[in-house]
Design a protein around this ligand. Structure first.
Ligand code: NAD
Length: 493
């Protein structure tokens, strides 16, 4: 314990990077090509590790390993209860290493350590534990059919799954995909995002320690158009689960169709966050700030179109502005930091380009809009008002700390405007009128609606998009079902 004269250490120490190779069939291997790529710390732009750059040859090896476990290997013979036990063991190991994993996530992605500790890693553990409980509860049903037959259904694992994830929640996206796949009895080849491969590789190390048989989880770091594309094209893969951009999903969909692979897609959004004048203003202002700026604005479900009813608009904007001014932007290893850097130069440039679009299109820049500091990919919390529905900042996903405020006057108008987008991932409504909240939630074309809250995630609650925000659901029972095939068995009596 710290004495009165000692101050507790402020900054969290940088973790050591340990796993940087491909994890295939339980072995740590260099890429067959011998190539590596750099992963950087976005706050300082320094290279933190050289990571194996997997491509087709490594994917082939990984799919063979996953196939061998699925087609008659130890995993395919294992009791569901035992599968669940190994998953609980993995969750316990993740929990024991939570602090190190949080620091590794912060190092690779740049997100504040307070977020990695409080959100990312706890949700990873919860997700694996939640699906561990499902492993021995996957059931079919009996069906009364005509004639003298006994008819029943079985839910069987879909097979070898290729999983491709983005960089914004690297460990969590891995957990969302491993959890249901393992519970269902599938085997996995995962390709993490090239910006952030480190926590996923560490999780694979822990999976081996948990005695999940070698070859059940394989991780091949590398680039999308090489390693990712090879995974999607591989005839030995039964399903692709992808999280990322819609344009990438469309490329994947075309290739996957060649071998009729199952696909699930979790894609982008431009989520409406609607505040009625009768809302609890303190809660709504905090909620609107959090809905957009959390994770540097790099959330698929970010509340990036903030609709505020005209009567409260000016006060709302003043208070949002104050919050932005006091937001602590800086070193993500400092536990006091609220906002870290964007993940890389490309995202940094894209976001600042949108700030220019906002100004060109006639929105009013109230806060921020520039680089923060002189090193690292930091951007000031940015706030635009006078935003119109047809402006680029109101229509396209920015994926950064740029909030657009739009005014509205009546309830009927706002439902229409909130839905006037090709996206449909999430939405939120703030009001004290519970009847209005439910009626409004019913009208919204979005996979998730939050009422008087935002970004509430639970492994038990399905998540996914309407329209161009996705295909299928992750989490909950629906997420598990997406890793199964339904078989009907009919027996003459
Ligand atoms: P991205 O599509 O560029 O990359 C995602 C992954 O796909 C990476 O691993 C990448 O290497 C891989 N990839 C790229 N091209 C590929 C190809 N041709 N074949 C196979 N794989 C390929 O997306 P991003 O910029 O890394 O991530 C941000 C996007 O992800 C945003 O649009 C965001 O909204 C979305 N996202 C959605 C959710 C959700 O649950 N709906 C969650 C997080 C992020």
């Amino acid at each position: 314990m710290a004495t009165a004269t000692e101050k507790p250490a402020k900054k969290v120490a940088r973790p050591k990077v340990q796993q940087t190779q491909c994890f295939i069939g339980g072995k740590w291997l260099d890429a067959a090509s011998g190539k590596t790529f750099d992963t950087i710390h976005p706050a300082t732009e320094e290279v933190i590790a050289k990571v194996a750059e997997g491509d087709k040859a490594d994917i082939d090896l990984a799919v063979d390993a996953a196939r061998a476990q699925f087609d008659g290997g130890e995993w395919s013979q294992m009791d569901a209860r035992e599968r669940g036990r190994l998953m609980y063991k993995l969750a316990d190991l993740l929990e024991a290493e939570a602090e190190e994993l949080a620091a590794l996530e912060t190092l690779d992605n740049g997100k504040p350590i307070s977020d990695s500790r409080a959100a990312d890693i706890p949700l990873v553990i919860e997700c694996i534990r939640y699906y561990a409980g499902w492993a021995d509860k996957i059931q079919g049903s009996t069906i009364p059919i005509n004639g003298d037959f006994f008819c029943y259904t079985r839910r069987e694992p879909v097979g070898v799954v290729g999983q491709i994830i983005p960089w914004n929640f690297p460990a969590l996206m891995a957990a969302w995909k491993w959890g249901p796949a393992l519970a269902a009895g599938c085997t996995i080849v995962m390709k993490p995002a090239e910006q952030t491969p480190l926590t996923c590789l560490r999780m694979a190390y822990l999976a081996q320690k948990a005695e999940i048989p070698d070859g059940v989880i394989n991780v091949v770091p590398g680039y999308g158009p090489t390693a990712g594309a090879a995974l999607v094209a591989h005839p030995g893969v039964d399903k692709i689960a992808f999280t990322g951009e819609g344009t990438t999903a469309k490329i994947i969909q075309r290739t996957a169709l060649e071998t009729m692979k199952r696909v699930t897609f979790e894609l982008g959004g431009k989520s409406p966050n609607v505040v009625f004048a009768d809302a609890d203003l303190d809660a709504a202002i905090n909620g609107a700030h959090f809905a957009l700026y959390f994770n540097q604005g790099q959330c698929c479900c970010a509340g990036s179109r903030l609709f505020v009813q005209d009567k409260i608009h000016d006060e709302f904007v003043d208070r949002l502005q104050d919050m932005n001014k006091s937001r602590r932007v800086g070193d993500p290893f400092d536990p006091e930091t609220e906002q870290g850097p964007q993940v890389d130069q490309a995202q940094f440039d894209k976001i600042l380009q949108y700030v220019e679009y906002g100004k060109e299109d006639g929105a009013k820049l109230v806060n921020g809009g520039s680089r923060h500091g002189d090193k690292g990919y930091f951007i000031e919390p940015t706030l635009f008002t006078n935003v119109k529905d047809d402006m680029r900042i109101a229509k396209e996903e920015i994926f950064g700390p740029v909030l657009s405020v739009l005014k509205f006057s009546d309830v009927d108008e706002i439902a229409h405007r909130a839905n006037a987008t090709n996206f449909g991932l999430a939405a939120a409504v703030w009001t004290r009128d519970i009847g209005k909240a439910h009626r409004f939630a019913n009208k919204l074309r979005a996979g998730t609606v939050w009422v008087n809250c935002y970004d509430v995630f639970d492994a038990a609650a399905p998540f996914g998009g309407f329209k161009e925000s996705g295909l299928g659901r992750e989490l909950g029972e629906a997420g598990l079902a997406a890793y199964t095939e339904l078989k009907t068995v009919t027996v003459a009596m």
